[in-house]
Structures are given as C-alpha cells and as structure tokens.
Ligand binder design. Structure first.
Ligand SMILES: Nc1nc2c(c(=O)[nH]1)N[C@H]1C(S)=C(S)[C@@H](COP(=O)(O)OP(=O)(O)OC[C@H]3O[C@@H](n4cnc5c(=O)[nH]c(N)nc54)[C@H](O)[C@@H]3O)O[C@H]1N2
Ligand SMILES: Nc1nc2c(c(=O)[nH]1)N[C@H]1C(S)=C(S)[C@@H](COP(=O)(O)OP(=O)(O)OC[C@H]3O[C@@H](n4cnc5c(=O)[nH]c(N)nc54)[C@H](O)[C@@H]3O)O[C@H]1N2
Ligand code: SF4
Ligand SMILES: [Mo]
Length: 890
C-alpha cells in the first residue's frame, strides 16, 4: 500500500471514465474520507459530487459477505467447486459455446484479463461479452473501421487547447463533470466556443454557445451535411487526405447526396437552418476543434455510422492527432477502456487483436499456450441473452453488472435468467440480477481490491486497497483463477496477484508487435511488484523501445497501408417509428448524482435528494395533449414492457420526446426501471442496442390515494401500484400510491407500518376514511416510524418528520401533539431539493441568498459554498437566480 502524508492511499475513483485520482484515508473509527489527488493528471485535485461522497459508500450495509448456494450460505470451496463442475460438465456435454460470461467495465484490467483468458483461451469459446456492449461498442467498431484499431487519439488537455468543442450525444456536465469543469475553466481563458447537439436541453446545453436540439437519431445526416459543407467551403485538407487516407471521394459523394443543402439537412433534423449554418461555419473556420461523443451517438441502431460520420469530418480537415483537435469518444465506466484493451468484447481477442486474422489467433494461442483457443467471435450481449433464453447457453457467469435492469427488453432477460440451467453471479450486493443466482460469489469492491484501470484518454492508473477484505469477500481476479484451476487449467492461472497478471497482459501487448498494434505497453512487462505498487498514472502506449507517443494518429494509422479510411455512411431512419398508438419517442440516460443501477449512490441520502424519484420529463405541449400535469403518476408503455414515473413537465424536452433516467430498479421502486421498455434492436456493426429511442404510449394513472412512510427500517414494499424509496439520515423514506379506494389504500399502508408493541403509538383517521396518520415512538420517546396517507396532493411535506427521524432525540410534548397533524408545531425552514450535493445546499437556501442580494454564482458560492467544489450545479444555480426577479433582492 502506498502511504502518503496523513496515511492517505492514492487510488482512482470507481465511477466515470474521467478516472480521477483520489486520496483515501481511514480514521481509527473506520470512517473513510476522500479528497481529490492534486497530482493526478485527470483531475488535479478536484472531485465531483459522486466522487466527493465516496467515503459515504464504503460501509458494509447491504453487502453480501459469504458465498451462497441456492440462496443459503456456503463455503468458498463448495461454491467454487460447483461453478467449476457445472461449467465443465456443460462444456463436456454440449460444447464450449453452451457456456458464457457476461462481465463489466466495473472490473479492473487484471480481473478482466483473466476472465477473457479463461473463456477465449481455455474454455475455447468467444462467449464473453461485457456491459461495454451497451456503452462503447459503436465507438469501438467506428474506430476500427476508420483507424484499423480501437484508438482514442487525443488527451484531456485537447479540450483545453481547442477553440471549438462540439459535444454530440454527451451530457458532459453531469456524466464527466471534472472534464467538463476543465473545459469551462479553459473557456474562461481562451473563449472556447461550445456547441451541444442533443435533443434535450441538458445541463451541458445550458452553458453552451449553440444548442442544436436535433431530432433523435439524425446525427449521420448532420455530419454528412457538414462534410459536404467543408468541401464547398474549401476547407478540406487535400495534402492530409491524399497522404494519409483512402476513400474520401466516395464518402463525400454519399454525404453530399445525403445532405445536399443546409436547408434540407436542417429541415430533416428538426433544426433551424440558421443554427445549422452557424455550426457548419464555426466548424469550418476553427482549426482547433474537438468533437466529443458519447451515448447519444453510441446507443443507436446506427451508432457505428454516427461515429464514422463524425470521424470523416475530422479526417477531411486533417484535424486529428494534434493538440487541441480530434474526434474524442469519452468512455463511461471506470474501466471501459481497460476492458477493450484485454479483449472483453465477444468479437475481440486480447491486446487489440481480433478474430478476423488467423495469424493473430495463432499468436495469442502460442502466447497463452492455449491450443483450444476460440477461433471465432462469441455472442454479443443481446444475442447472448437471447441464446440463454432459448436454452443454447446453459451456464452463465455474470460479474459486476446488473443485466436484469440495464439490458434492453429486460423482461425477456429476466425470463432467460429464470430459465437458465445454471447462473453464477459475482457481485458485492444483492440486486435485481442476484435473485436468479444459483451461486453467489461475494466480490471485493472499491477500496478493498487492487489493480489498474484505464480512463478515456488512455491513462492507466492504480486502484489501491485501503480497507481490509470484509467477511469472506475476495477480489474478482482470484475468484476467476480459482474456478479456472478447478476446471483443470492450473498452470495458466497460477497468478500470485494483480501485478503478475498485469505483467502478462503487458507482455502480450508487445508479443510479436513491431508497431502494427498501437496498444503496446511492453515497457511494463517486467514491472516489479514494488514498482507496480507505486505505479504513477501514465498514458499508453508504453513500448519497450523508443519514446512513447502521447497523441496518436497524427499521420500513420494502424491499418495495413498505414492510412485512415473514410467510411461512406448514409442517414437511415430510427429502428422503430412513433405512430398514433405510441406517439412519443422515449429517450433514456443519466442523472447528475446517480450511478447506474444505484447499488452505491442509492444509499447516500445527499445523492438521492436532487432527484428522489423516477421522473418522466415531458414537453409542455405533450403534457397538455395527454392530459398530464406535474406530479401526476404516468404509465409509460412500449411494445416490450412498461414503467411508472412521476410526470415532470419540462421546457428542456422537445415536443414528441420524453426522457426517463436509467437508474431506477426493483430495489428502489415498484416499476421505475427503463429496462423493460427499451428495444433490443441493435446496430448491425457493433451489436449495441438502441437505448436512446423507443416509441411509447403515456397515460395518467388514476391515483386515488398517496402515502409516505418515514422509518428506521429498510423494506421492500409489495402489492403497491407505485412505491419508491430513498435513504434519509437515520432511515428510509417511502412514497406510496395506488388506484384502489382510499380506505383500501390506508389498509395496504397499515400492513407496511410496524405494528409491533411500542412504548407509544399515536394514530388518527378522519371520519370519511380519506386520511390516516400514525407515528410510533421508541422506548426513549424518539420517533421510530411515521405514516401519512391522504388524497393525492393533500399530504403534508415529510421534511419535519424526517428531521425528527434524523435527530433520534426524544420528542417534546408539543412535538408529540403535533405528530398527528404531520406538521411542525413551530415554523421550521423547510429543506428543499438539494442543488449542491457536494456541500448539501438546498434550493431554499440558495433562493434566500438570491433574495438577500447575491445575484451571481460566485456570490452564492461565497454565501453558501454551493457550486464551489465540482461546479456541476452551477447552471442550476444560475436558473434559480434568473427565476427570482431583481426587485425581490432589493
Ligand atoms: N452521473 C453519472 N455519470 C455517469 C454515469 C452515471 O450513471 N451517472 N455513467 C457513466 C457511463 S457508464 C456512461 S456510458 C456515461 C454516459 O454519458 P453520456 O453519454 O453523456 O450520458 P447519457 O445521459 O446516457 O446520454 C447523453 C445524451 O445523449 C442524448 N441523446 C439521445 N439521443 C440522441 C441522438 O439521437 N443524438 C444526439 N446527438 N444525442 C442524443 C441524450 O438526450 C443525453 O443527454 O456516463 C458516465 N458518467
Ligand atoms: N435504457 C438504458 N439502459 C442502459 C443505458 C442507458 O443509457 N439507457 N446505459 C447502458 C450503459 S452505458 C451501461 S455502462 C450499463 C450499466 O449497467 P450495469 O452494469 O448493469 O450497472 P451497474 O449498476 O454499474 O452494475 C454494476 C454491478 O457491479 C457490482 N460491483 C461493483 N463493484 C464490483 C466489483 O468490484 N466486483 C464485482 N464482481 N461487482 C461489483 C455492483 O454492485 C452492481 O451490481 O447500463 C446500460 N443500460
Ligand atoms: S468526474 Fe466524478 S465520477 Fe468521474 S471519475 Fe471524477 S470524481 Fe469520479
Ligand atoms: Mo456506460
């Protein structure tokens, strides 16, 4: 363990692909504190709201710390034996393609390396795929088509050296907050122009110079039109195109036919002609341009074409591989990039080698001494789960991902898991997927495990453990190697630890590599255990000889002829069209303070309070025509399934489009998850599903009663049309509602209420049976639980009761009297929605400061600290300032 001053351990944030350096320390009490690592070149000491709250997520609540078989505790030996036995047996009877691994960008490179080696090298099947299929697969495929290898050419500093940054399908302000703050800081100095292309007006769009609210799925046309414009404007870099590329003429011909005039492009993309012209002229005029793309591009039935349409414009202008310019795919997960390096995707082999070339297959087989190596690609995620459902895959091992929630057509995925003969799950906690596990393998998680991750700019950093392994939890690499040895592959999996695995990974990257593969970290193949321990963040490549290049793809490309390829692409329609029965296009994505299926962030009260419930954002026009208003409960259904969420009418939505966050699931709501709605239609090249677009019908649920339960207990309510839960200081808050009659609703809620003998129980029912209130106090007279049920819109706010729960103090007699009204006996400053989660500052405090005269973000920052850490809430603060008229401050 590397000890710095104050015994801080240098590690890396386990959330997004920015890959920020974190200094973690553990107090004798066990309390974990984190701060940004000023020496880390990704974040130079800053952390966003999620990173800053990491210390609150290392507790053991909710963890599963013993192996389980059939839901019952088991020994490691028994659990590992069973996994090895069932996999070996299935392979012996049905062949290697009857088994599969579904893994994750949450795994460290070393975990990922051995998982891939076991499946492809020794089981001899390509059937290992990863949640990166839902995330980065289109970028990988687009990079391989254009460059010959999956390469992100640029560095974060290019965001700072650019004069124009185009963000397409990326909500960088929320999803890569620290990188976004670097961009904004650079803009202060050099006046960088920012263009955002996104159907929604996101927090990122709030701060930009030009927002193109493109119709969903139309990015190919917009960039084809741009390519045609660059030619017309005489901006094409002929010498670069001639010397370093092929296929320009054909790509241009198709692009010009597709996007024949700016007026036509604008009309078909649902944009104003003047805006499209402005974007094209800005792009044409600005040499230092970086185009950033993420899930609005990747998660599409034409995601690979979108990637290539973007890259074509950069190749045409020669704006690649040089400071301040280039196409830049930002990665999502902490180790999305590391997974790509080791070949975690079913259609890749290892170390950026693939199945297309038999020489590469033989090379990897020789290196691994694995004569039975897979010789063809395996099934990609959507096809893999289809094969599970059809019984072609009979044994499945899921590691570090929650497909029952995050896969499209999740109902089918759940049915497939239910039907599968044998499912093993390695996870750290129970989630919607673990209920299907025949064997649960308790993995170590962030803070407990060690290894490397690679961020969006190809920078490898160490995650280091600073906590002991809790209970019987083990790191993933070890679990995988233990199973491999039990399957008879002893020699190939005899690793002492992550450093040994890393050395082998580095050696494979350099094996028979004379510069053909840019992914080469051969310089690290003999790294000592001590140097691995102190390993400082560094970029790849790191070849054995020669100076490593920092930026890649300046002139030579890793194709056979050394040239980049223009890929001719044509705009296609979205996979499924809206129609009269399903008139709204549903888009899904991320919220600022949540991480994926909420297994970590969903336990931190302050991260839950900015958006406590799943909310369906919908344009005012659509809300009107559908008869919906703010706070209504909506039922959203696609041809695959349905979800329920609160309506939030929002000007940020384009008419005809709605948005649901991807995070909610069965642990946090009744039916708040988007997985059952999403379509399993995939991009033909990458196999990535179209997660950003599905036609839906939206209707209002006839809610007849609403309830709120505030309690110390963690529950999973059942039998409710709608429930959600969130953690609060001292317990949990449940919202409940239903379409039954109010008295039936009250009955249902009372079943949830803890009726066990208490020192005091107070209860109130109104005569008409429409309202019910109850509170239970513990032996000391402190509030243990409170339930309020009323007609929709009639519930008193729960803040005061939440404050009582958090205080844990015995109630005064006036407070006890007031319990039955649910309202505080004395006026208390009500705590509103949290705006700044880094410093826990709510909307009311900010509004009060504005009213008190703070009219700038900086002044609010001085008065309340809000917005002074990660800055992700600054656009929200600006909105609050704008909404409060000036005279209020006088
Ligand atoms: N807070 C937070 N940050 C995260 C994560 C998280 O869970 N929470 N997850 C991480 C992961 S794994 C990932 S992959 C990244 C994702 O990071 P992003 O890709 O930035 O996030 P998303 O919200 O999925 O989608 C981005 C935007 O694409 C837009 N979009 C939808 N359809 C289209 C279209 O047709 N064209 C265009 N141009 N845009 C479209 C959406 O409206 C959305 O605003 O975030 C990472 N960072
Ligand atoms: N509709 C819709 N669906 C989407 C998306 C979308 O935008 N819209 N986005 C897609 C994208 S980009 C992504 S990346 C996926 C994410 O979806 P998932 O991968 O399903 O989401 P996570 O919640 O990150 O799941 C990670 C799991 O790993 C566990 N875990 C954490 N650390 C460790 C560890 O060290 N070892 C092990 N073994 N387990 C660990 C956690 O407890 C958790 O259960 O969702 C995809 N699905
Ligand atoms: S931007 Fe935030 S979530 Fe992403 S790595 Fe940095 S601290 Fe973690
Ligand atoms: Mo992702």
């Amino acid at each position: 363990m590397q000890a710095g001053p104050r015994s801080e351990v240098k590690t890396t944030c386990p959330y997004c692909g920015v890959g920020c350096g974190v200094l973690a320390s553990v107090a004798p009490s066990g309390e974990v504190t984190v701060r940004g690592d000023a020496d880390h070149p990704a974040n130079f000491g800053k952390l966003c709201s999620k990173g800053s709250a990491l210390g609150l997520t290392t507790g053991l609540e909710g963890r599963v710390l013993t192996p389980e078989m059939g839901g019952k505790p088991a020994s490691w030996d028994a659990a590992l034996d069973l996994v090895a036995e069932r996999f070996s047996e299935t392979i012996a009877r049905h062949g290697p393609d009857s088994v599969a691994f579904y893994v994750s960008g949450q795994l460290l490179t070393e975990d990922y390396y051995v998982a891939n080696k076991l499946m492809k090298g020794f089981i001899g099947s390509g059937n290992i795929d990863t949640n990166s299929r839902l995330c980065m697969a289109s970028s990988v495929a687009g990079h391989r088509r254009a460059f010959g290898e999956d390469i992100v050419p640029g560095l974060y500093e290019d965001f700072e050296d650019a004069d124009l940054v185009v963000l397409t399908g990326s909500n960088l302000a929320w999803c890569h907050p620290i990188l976004y703050q670097r961009l904004l800081a650079a803009r202060e100095k050099r006046g960088t122009k920012i263009v955002v292309i996104d159907p929604r007006r996101t927090a990122t769009a709030d701060e930009c110079d030009l927002h193109l609210a493109i119709d969903p799925g139309m990015d190919v046309l917009l960039f084809n039109g741009l390519l045609a414009h660059l030619e017309r404007a005489g901006i094409v870099d002929r010498s670069f195109v001639d010397a370093s590329t092929t296929g320009f003429a054909e790509a241009l011909a198709i692009a010009s036919a597709d996007g024949s005039s700016i007026a036509d492009v604008a009309q078909r993309c649902g944009l104003a002609e003047a805006d499209v012209r402005l974007f094209y002229e800005l792009f044409a005029a600005t040499d230092h341009t970086v185009t950033v793309y993420s899930q609005g591009v990747n998660q599409s039935a034409h995601g690979t074409d979108k990637v290539n349409a973007i890259i074509n414009c950069h190749l045409a202008t020669g704006r690649i591989g040089r400071p301040g310019m280039g196409p830049f795919s930002v990665t999502g997960q902490p180790n999305a990039m590391g997974g790509r390096e080791v070949g975690g995707l079913a259609n890749q082999l290892a170390a950026h080698m693939g199945f297309e070339n038999p020489v590469e297959i033989d090379r990897v087989a020789r290196f691994w001494n694995a004569p039975d190596i897979a010789r063809k690609p395996g099934l990609k995620a959507v096809d893999m789960f289809r094969a599970v459902g059809e019984g072609r895959i009979k044994a499945l091992w899921i590691m570090g991902t929650n497909p029952a929630v995050s896969m499209p057509d999740a109902r089918r995925v759940r049915a497939a898991l239910e039907a599968c003969d044998f499912v093993a799950v390695s996870d750290v906690t129970r989630n919607d997927t673990t209920r299907y596990a025949d064997v649960f393998l308790p993995a170590a998680t962030w803070g407990e495990k060690s290894g490397t991750v690679t961020n969006s700019e190809r920078r490898m950093s160490r995650q280091r453990s600073f906590l002991p392994l809790p209970g019987e939890a083990r790191p993933d690499w070890r679990i995988i190697c233990d199973v491999a040895r039990r399957m008879g592959f002893d020699a190939a999996f005899d690793f002492e630890g992550p450093a040994a695995i890393f050395r082998e990974h580095a050696a494979l990257s350099a094996y028979e590599n004379h510069g053909e593969r840019l992914f080469d970290i051969g310089a690290l193949e003999a790294i000592s255990d001590a140097d691995y321990e102190t390993f400082a963040p560094r970029l790849w490549p790191q070849p054995r000889a020669g100076e490593p290049s920092r930026r890649l793809l300046g002139s030579r490309f890793p194709t056979q002829d050394g040239r980049a390829r223009f890929v001719p692409v044509r705009q296609e329609g979205v996979a499924l069209n809206v129609d009269a029965s399903r008139p709204i296009a549903l888009n899904t994505g991320r919220l600022r303070d949540q991480w994926h299926t909420m297994t970590r962030t969903g336990r931190v009260p302050r991260l839950m309070s900015n958006a406590p419930e799943p909310a369906l954002e919908i344009a005012p026009e659509d809300a009107r025509s559908l008869g919906l208003k703010d706070g209504d409960l909506a039922r959203v259904s696609s041809q695959y399934g349905f979800a329920r969420a609160r309506v939030s009418v929002s000007e940020a939505q384009k008419p005809g489009n709605a948005f649901l966050p991807m995070h909610w699931n069965g642990q946090f709501s009744a039916n708040g998850g988007v997985g059952p709605l999403a379509t399993p239609i995939t991009d033909p090249f990458s196999g990535q599903p179209e997660l950003k677009h599905v036609p839906v019908e939206i209707s209002r649920e006839a809610v007849a009663w609403a309830g709120i339960l505030i309690t110390r207990r963690e529950l999973r309510p059942t039998g409710f049309v709608h429930w959600t839960r969130r953690p609060a200081d001292g317990g949990w808050v449940y919202t409940l509602s239903g379409t039954e009659t109010p008295d039936e609703g009250i009955l249902l809620c009372r079943l949830l209420f803890d009726a066990s003998p208490r020192s005091q129980l107070v209860e109130y029912t109104d005569r008409r049976g429409l309202t019910y209130r109850a509170a239970a106090l513990d032996a000391d007279g402190a509030l243990a639980e409170a339930l309020l049920v009323a007609q929709p819109g009639q519930l008193p706010p729960g803040d005061w009761l939440e404050t009582l729960l958090a205080s844990g103090e015995p109630l005064s007699s006036t407070e006890r009297m007031a319990l039955l009204s649910g309202r505080s006996p004395v006026p208390v400053a009500s705590v509103g929605r949290i705006v700044c989660s880094c410093f826990n500052v709510d909307v009311n405090r900010i509004a009060a400061s504005v009213a008190g005269g703070c009219r700038t973000i900086a002044a609010i920052g001085q008065a309340t600290s809000a917005g002074t850490n990660c800055g992700s809430c600054r656009s929200e603060i600006r909105k609050i300032i704008d909404e409060i008229p000036l005279h209020a401050a006088e």
